[in-house]
Design a protein around this ligand. Sequence first.
Ligand SMILES: [Zn+2]
Ligand SMILES: [Zn+2]
Length: 198
Amino acid sequence: MAIPFRCRCGKLQGEVEPAAAYLRAVCHCRDCQAFARALGRGQDVLDPKGGTDIVALRPSGVRFTTGHDQVACLSLSPKGLLRWHSACCQTPFANTPRNPKLPYVGVLASCMAAEPGTLDAAFGPRRIALGTDSALGEVAATPVRTTLGVVRVMWGVLWAKLSGRQRANPFFDTATSQPIVEPRVLTRQERAEAESVQ
Ligand SMILES: [Zn+2]
Ligand SMILES: [Zn+2]
């Protein structure tokens, strides 16, 4: 059963296929925090320790169903990850690499329209903590689970490439391999503001 996701105002909607998921992890890194804050959405996205609940999956498992024209993209730096959000109401919803040949997308659980129990059943509970050095307060690192998780993602990415399943990627133009919208790179000033914890 696909899990729907949507921006706050509902103009942009889509769904993710649980079968395409590699793993679920909570990332506390500075960049993930800055992404949410740059859009003024820290309160909606980040948990009290600054963590972003992310489901990593094969991009072919993500579909936009409504509001393609509201898809927008920013990057914290010229070579940084592409960080996808809605243009209408500035809802952060996903991260991808800049290279579409790497079949990876992280979709933010905060934009998924499902009960916590449904998310746990679909993607597993929040058991992997990343970027714990940047957490706001004490968060226990999960080295063994993180290592196993990295292996799972690498294996999933490799399998997606070998099976040809990476070709369907809704974030990139198939013909040009370019992102479907031009990423906006934050200015140094904007980035510094987004990185400062209020
Ligand atoms: Zn919206
Ligand atoms: Zn992160």
